[in-house]
Structure formats: structure tokens, C-alpha cells
Design a protein around this ligand. Sequence first.
Ligand code: PMP
Length: 417
Amino acid sequence: MNGSPIWHPFTQHGLREPIPQVANASGAVLHLEDGREIIDAISSWWVTTHGHAHPAIAGAIAEQAARLDQVIFAGWTHQPAEDLAAGLRAIMPDSLTRVFFSDSGSTSVEVALKMALGYWRNRRENRTRIVVMDNGYHGDTIGTMSVGARGAFNRAYEPLLFDVISVPFPEEGAEQETLDALEAACRDGAAAFIAEPLVLGAGGMLMYSAATLAEMRRICAEHGTLFIADEVMTGWGRTGTLLACEQAGVEPDILCLSKGLTGGAMPLAVTMASEPVFEAHYSTDRGEMFFHSSSYTANPVACAAANANLAIWRTEPVMQRIVDLSARQQAWLADTAQHEMVRNARQLGTITAFDVGAAEGYLSDLAPRMLKMFRERGVLLRPLGNTVYTMPPYCIDDEQLSRVYGVIGEVLDEVSN
Ligand code: PMP
């Protein structure tokens, strides 16, 4: 064995791609050990909202780590978690009265699915099927892969995945097909419907209308099917509002949040649930409690980082930054869309995306080729197949954003030759 013993995620080590070492980061920039600077145009996989190393978040982490680093959360509590739960209650939809902690987007979704199944079981109703949307992505654990798109990512694990009912992605003009399929599944007694509101992230930054989201929610409510909104990516302002659900005026029964919950500084997630979902597990019968926990549930240091994030939302002009960034993104995207290689340019809030050249799948070599070209030019962009997207931290300045799109233009020129 040569070099590092680390086995990296989503990395084919056999291709022997360089793995740059990051020394430190601030704002929208990563500083490498070899002195290079890289602009982080995807917020380090969609987590960093206010920029790297925000002093208020870094300070809160240091302070909390010295006070109370970790404590069992089953049957115990602490102030950072209490403050965070109250803070979330104050800004998240009113009907989401309960906050359950976990540590990643995937676990927040696992928890949501288990809550939905527990809800029906404790109500003595035999509703167990989950409805999902084609091209969805909810994580890489067995449960979340089961409710996500099937393909190259999870072919080897197919025997472990449970059956779901899938409805088509609501393509513009074909939304009725999705709604009809959802209606049929709900009428049939589906337990829950899980969806990424307005933007399907890993599925290729596919966007659909708020009207469709509102209609999907209405159909679920009509049939008692629980609506699970996975806002792990779309939450915390990415789509132009705190939650994407807001744009459709809908409140889910269960909401999954992670990534920007701590401003992107610490691993933490919450699954928020409506009172009926909690009530179904509330009893004197221990057999009806919610059977889920992990060692680091509601880790105090991570909760302190999240509380600092909420304070930033309250005290800094975050929403104004989002509005400004969305406008700057719109101008750059309009410019980029002129390129002959660009198709389907699309945007929602701070997220822009477009497809390059002819349609190809995730494993087409265009993605790794472009990734390498971006990296060599000092920009962190990670295309999804032939879809290039940007999702910068809200603090990215004009010069940095101009550099990102300048590099995108250079790479488009190079792949078109
Ligand atoms: N849901 C969505 C919508 C996501 O985009 C992601 C991660 N990209 C996840 C769930 C899984 O989150 P994590 O990687 O933190 O487990």
C-alpha cells in the first residue's frame, strides 16, 4: 500500500486522481496545503451557508466544547438542545411541534420514515407503503437508498432495498401524470409520500413548480398519507426562502433538515414532526415509544453551532444576501446560457444549473473531465453527470462569482472542441 490509508467517499481510487489536501478555509475560499486557493462554488456539498469559519459559529463551538462536550440524550437533556428546539419551533412551520435530533441528512430521513411507519402501526392501521418521486435522492443508507432513485449508485445493494411506489418527476407540462399517480397511491392507503420540495438535488438539480408541490401536499392530506418534506438540501435559504415549502404555502407532516442547520460547520440533523405524529407514539405503553437513537444524538457542540447559526439568521442580513446572490446568479446564468454547449439553464434562488451537450448518464466521462478542469482552474464544482450546477455560500463576492463563471466558460469552450 502506498500513501494514505484513507478510503474516500464517492471516489474510485483506481483512477488515481489527485486528492488535494485542504489546510484551512474562510468565507467562500479553501486554502490548500500547497498554497493554492480554491473557490468553493458548491458550499462543500451544500452545507456551508454563511461561508467557512464564520467567527460566531467557530466561537460557539469552542465555548461549548469546553463546557459540555457530549452527554447521552436518551432520558437526559441540555440547554443547547433545548434552545435549538425552541429556536426551530419559532421559525419553522407552526404545525411542526416536535423536534427529533440525529446527525446527518440520511439519518433525518431514516427517522422520518420510521416515524411514519410507527404512526400507522400505533394507530393499528395497516399502512406501510412509501411513495417516492423518480430521480429523488435522500441519502446512502439502506432505507434512504430504498426511497431514492435506483441506478449505478446502488445496484450492488438492490437485494437489501425495500419496495416503494414511485411517481414520475413532474416535468413541466406533464405534472398531471405525477398528481394522478400520487392520488392513486394515496387512495390505495400509502403510509407516506417523501419528496424534495421544488428542487431534486443529486437527481440533477431538477426543478418543478410550487403549484405542483401545493397540489401534491393537498392530495396527501386528502387521503391521510403523511407528507415528508426532505429539505436537507433545499432548506436554509437555498431556494430563495428559508424553506422551499414556503413558496408553495405548504406545511409538511414531517420535515427533514441538516446541512445548513449548523451553517455547515458540524454534523447535525433534525426531523420535525406534527403533533399527531408525536401523539401516535405518546402512551404509557413502552412498546409504542419511538425506537431510534444513536450515540451522538443532539451532541451539545453541534447544537451550539446550530444555535449560533440561528443567531446569524436573526442578526445578520442573511435574507438580503440571498436575494442579492440570486440576482447575481441570474445575470451570470443568462450569460452562460448563450454558450452553444448549454441546455436547460435553470435557477431557483441561489441555485443555478444547466446541462452540457448531449444527454449522458452520471457515469459519462464528461463529469470527471470537467471536475478536473474546474479543479485545475481553482474552482470547486462537482458536476452531476452532464449537469453543471452552482450553489455558493451566501458570502461569495462579485469577484469570486465572476471567477466561477469565467472558469465555467473556459471549461465549456474546452469540452466543445
Ligand atoms: N436528502 C437530500 C435531499 C440530500 O441532498 C442529501 C445529501 N446530499 C441527503 C438527504 C443526505 O444527507 P447526508 O449526506 O448528510 O446524509
